[in-house]
Structure formats: structure tokens, C-alpha cells
Design a protein around this ligand. Structure first.
Ligand code: SF4
Length: 386
């Protein structure tokens, strides 16, 4: 299940209220009883542990065996997940004993918890790598801050060291790797990145996401080398359709001529592909937003990012130095906001890390998200982000 921005903005107000009420119950209770079944129980448990930050000694799994004891306890909170047969039986036992003060979660809240907090297998995992901080376009509200970035290119050796290490940890298995930026084609070593990616991860569906501007500037020799290398390494090309004066049909036809798989998209995440919109990811500069609300963030445990030997659960903390430098702010990234791929012993540690909100999430004002604006060039003013 993949949620789009539209899904999130339509239901986020209601879900924020629901998640906030779970947090309130957890915080005021001496013990939290979690009533859920199978694998799902793990994710509700993980929500209370990792998003609400309740000490594990206070979290108890409620089952048919211990349900009769809890009527004697005071100051407890009960969370009831999916209403399956077992949970219905537990509810009826609670009602029989006169205990009616429990919180039954909505199906949508449970689905969000399950989806966002799932610990992925290598084949389900994907991440992005920025090959260039800067860009040859200047889009408003760019969530990589490329229009504000000083020119900076990723070093090939640095990348190979990281990809080799991840390949060892993941046994060469992955869903896909996305090479982007900034504008990735500003990195003249792009074909080395393509070959290295395919060499260490032979089975994933890998892609380059580009604005396409440089694709039309190749001479014949560069063109052949580029498209043939993309084809030989089984990479996809995704061209974002910005409303600028470039011949998108010519880009599409050229890729097809070389047999390269190409996708033209106004926004790879949008419901409506007919026009390009910008999403306003508002910050809470005070850093006091509740991190459990990050479950409603599209990027959380999705836009995972590899940078300098570290995996981040989303690209925001990995690029925030650009925002900080440009606007003179100090949104801080701690060593709990990433995991060092050279210090872990297994991929499992990375997957578990990515399934937890990062402390940096406190800077994201999720409640204010949801506004979309027709694409236009950036004003480079902080109002695009607050
Ligand atoms: S830091 Fe957290 S809330 Fe902010 S964009 Fe990333 S995952 Fe979402």
C-alpha cells in the first residue's frame, strides 16, 4: 500500500487527533496494555515504544489469559488494534468485568501504524543517493534545497565504498536504488555511479530521476555512451515534467530509440500527472513538534537516503545543512538521526532504524502540511519553508 500526498492531506487532521489521543492515554497511564494479534501487535507495541517513547517495562500485551486480572488494576490504558475475533473476545471480557475505558483504534490508524513502522526485508528496501546538491533549475519549495545549494558533487570512491558495504550487508538484494540530486546529470561521473550500482546490486530496479535538461545537450558521442550504458546496466530513466521550455517528446523518443525504459512524470508521487505542483513542507523552527505525527509524513521510512556512510530514514536531515547555511538557522542533526553502515553488524539493524521516527522529525510541522501550489521558480525566501 502506498499513500499519496492527497491521501495524507485528506485524512491527516483526523489521524493526527487520533494519534494524539493515543499518546495522551499512554502518557497518563501507569501501564499500557496492548491488545492486538500476530505481527500487527508488534507494530502497535513499536508505536508506543518508539513514537510515544514509553518505557518497555510499562507496556504489556493483553491476551485472553491475562484479561481477567486487569479489572483490579488502577490507572492503566488499554489500546485495542484491529477488531479480529480474538480482540472482540477480549473486549467482551473487558465489558463483562465492567471495564469500559479502553481506546479502540480506527482501521486507518492501524494501517498507517503497520505500514510506516514495518521492518523491511532487503528486497523491499530502497534508498536514494544525491549525486549533486545543486541543480540547473530553481524550483520553489524544493525539499532538497537544491536551489539554495552551493555546487557540490558526490565523489565516486565515496559512493563505491558505501554501496559495496551495503551490498555485503544485504547480500546484493534490494528493491531499488534511485540516483537523484539536485540534478544528477550535473555530475559528469554519472555513468560510473550507474555501473557501480548495478555491479553491487545486480537484481534491483534502479533509476535516475532527472529534469532532463542536460539530456538534450549531449553531442552524438555522449548520447551513445549515455544511453547505451543506461541500457546495458538495466537502469530506468524518470524525467520530471517541469513546465519549462524543453522538448519532452524529443527526450522520450531518444530514450526509446536506444531501448531505454523511460517514464515521464509531473511528479513521481502525485495522483494527477497532468501538471506539476509544489508541496510545502513547513518546518517548526522551534523543534517542538511531536515526533509521533511523522507517521503521517510521506517521506518517513520511504525516502530513505544514503550519504557518507550513513542511512537516514528520509532525506530531510541529510540535506538540512543547505537550509541552515542559506538561512542562518541551526536545525540540528544528532547521531540518532542516522545509522552508520560501517558500525552495524546486519541489515536488520538498518531496517529497524528506518522504521523509527528520527529525533529530527520534531522540526517538521506535519499539521501544517498538505498545501499544494502550481510550480514556479523559487523566491529563495524562507517563507517557502515556514
Ligand atoms: S524528518 Fe521526519 S517528519 Fe520530517 S520529513 Fe523526514 S520523516 Fe518526515
Amino acid at each position: 500500500m502506498i499513500y499519496t500526498f492527497k491521501d495524507y492531506s485528506d485524512m491527516s487532521g483526523m489521524l493526527i487527533t487520533e494519534l494524539d489521543s493515543i499518546v495522551e492515554l499512554c502518557k497518563k497511564s501507569k501501564h499500557i496494555y496492548i491488545c492486538d494479534s500476530g505481527d500487527k501487535r508488534k507494530n502497535l507495541y513499536r508505536f508506543v515504544r518508539d513514537c510515544v517513547k514509553i518505557d518497555v517495562s510499562k507496556i504489556i500485551v493483553l491476551t485472553l489469559d491475562n484479561v481477567s486480572n486487569i479489572a483490579k488494576e488502577e490507572n492503566i490504558g488499554i489500546l485495542i488494534g484491529f477488531l479480529d475475533e480474538q480482540n472482540r473476545e477480549i473486549i467482551s471480557k473487558l465489558n463483562e468485568s465492567g471495564f469500559t475505558d479502553y481506546l479502540t483504534l480506527s482501521e486507518m490508524a492501524m494501517r498507517i501504524i503497520d505500514y510506516k513502522l514495518r521492518v523491511l526485508q532487503p528486497e523491499q528496501f530502497h534508498f536514494e543517493v544525491s549525486l549533486a546538491d545543486h541543480c540547473n533549475l530553481s524550483c520553489q519549495m524544493c525539499d532538497h534545497w537544491s536551489q539554495l545549494a552551493k555546487p557540490h558533487l558526490l565523489d565516486v570512491d565515496n559512493f563505491e565504498r558505501d554501496i559495496k558495504r551495503l551490498s555485503q550487508l544485504m547480500d546484493g538484494k534490494i528493491g531499488y536504488i534511485c540516483l537523484l540530486g539536485g540534478e544528477p546529470l550535473l555530475n559528469n561521473n554519472i555513468l560510473d555511479f550507474v555501473k557501480i550500482t548495478r555491479n553491487y546490486f545486480p537484481y534491483g530496479i534502479h533509476q535516475i530521476v532527472t529534469n532532463g535538461i542536460r539530456l538534450l545537450k549531449f553531442n552524438k558521442e555522449q548520447e551513445k555512451l549515455f544511453y547505451n550504458t543506461i541500457k546495458e546496466n538495466n537502469f530506468q530513466l524518470t524525467v520530471t515534467l517541469y513546465p519549462i521550455k524543453i522538448d519532452h517528446n524529443a527526450i522520450y523518443e531518444k530514450a526509446k530509440e536506444y531501448g531505454v525504459e523511460i517514464y515521464m512524470a509531473s511528479d513521481i508521487h502525485a495522483n494527477d500527472q497532468s501538471h506539476k505542483e509544489s508541496y510545502k513542507y513547513s518546518f517548526d523552527l522551534s523543534g517542538t513538534s511531536p515526533i509521533h505525527r511523522s507517521l503521517l509524513c510521506f517521506k518517513f521510512n520511504y525516502c530513505r537516503c544514503l550519504k557518507n556512510g550513513r542511512i537516514y530514514t528520509c532525506n530531510t536531515p541529510s540535506n538540512i545543512h543547505i537550509f541552515n547555511d542559506y538561512f542562518g538557522k541551526s536545525l540540528s542533526v544528532s547521531d540518532e538521526d542516522y545509522i552508520d553502515i560501517f558500525k552495524v553488524n546486519s541489515f536488520q539493524e538498518i531496517a529497524e532504524f528506518c522504521a523509527k521516527p528520527s529525533p529530527f522529525c520534531r522540526y517538521c510541522d506535519i499539521q501544517a502540511w498538505g498545501d499544494m501550489f502550481p510550480w514556479k521558480p523559487s523566491t529563495k525566501k524562507i517563507e517557502e519553508y515556514v
